[in-house]
Design a protein around this ligand. Sequence first.
Ligand code: ADP
Ligand code: AMP
Length: 216
Amino acid sequence: MKIVLLGPPGAGKGTQAKSISNRYSIPHISTGDIFRKNISENTPLGIEAKKYIDKGQLVPDEVTINMVKDRLQEDDCKSGFLLDGFPRTVIQAEALQEFLLERDKNLDTALLIEVPTEFILERMTGRRVCPSCGASYHIKYNPPIHGDKCDVCGSDIIQRKDDSEETVSERLDVYKKQTQPLIDFYKEKNLLSVVDGTKAINEVFEGICALLGDFE
Ligand code: ADP
Ligand code: AMP
């Protein structure tokens, strides 16, 4: 299966992507995770990306598109993939269509996790992540079992720098201007599926599985 996850920051894309990836045995490709790994390793890509990420802005298309194309050419993507956080601009979406078309492939669906803006601030400011293994939590809706230690690896969990209240509002503006138009982009191509992302995490996953059943 070849899937793109759409939705505002904090919609639950990363949370659902982990479960979808396990259930359907497809690699979860999160551009945000790739950038953060590069930042933690201080690579040239990480140094470049950090300038934008810390301000809540998008990393330039050219950098991001090349990074994703490289990743999609790895062996584990032969049977499919789940893109989380990409595309985020119409230019990125067109580049992905072209990349797939050149290989006689197409997306199965662009799955929008629909969450109104009023939910987003609480979801993003309450998000905590493990800097070691990347596991993600929410202080209220998905807290770790042992205080502020990661359930998976025991490291101290932290708040992402770009989840502070000021940066969140910039990220929402960026989403509305640059990413929201992708909903119409995929609707026009008859590729859009929509799931209600306001429900509990497991209920959203059930909704997603019901939709994805059609593409198995
Ligand atoms: P995204 O990848 O879309 O930015 P995340 O998956 O990281 O979003 O989710 C943002 C925050 O909201 C996390 O702290 C996560 O635990 C929490 N969250 C995700 N889905 C739900 C949900 N359905 N209900 C409540 N909280 C959720
Ligand atoms: P995320 O983990 O998806 O919330 O992404 C964190 C940040 O990484 C975003 O706010 C952007 O600065 C950057 N980023 C992630 N994906 C993309 C993308 N497809 N295009 C441009 N910037 C991106």
